[in-house]
Design a protein around this ligand. Structure first.
Ligand SMILES: [Zn+2]
Length: 58
């Protein structure tokens, strides 16, 4: 099972996409990416919930 998400699914124009075997790991990648690339966008519990709704499992 793989969890994947595209940054463009919940953010602006961004080509980044992530895929990991574990949902928590995926969220960690997205968190780091958001903090590094999309500042001053803040990584809030609300954003985590939004991100989670866009995760696809395959
Ligand atoms: Zn991005």
């Amino acid at each position: 099972m793989a969890y994947s998400i595209r940054c463009a699914d919940f953010n602006n124009d961004c080509p980044a996409q992530f895929s990991t075997p574990d949902e928590d790991e995926l969220l960690q990648h997205v968190e780091l990416h958001t903090k590094v690339v999309h500042q001053p966008m803040e990584w809030t519990p609300e954003l985590v919930e939004v991100v989670k709704t866009h995760i696809t499992k395959s």
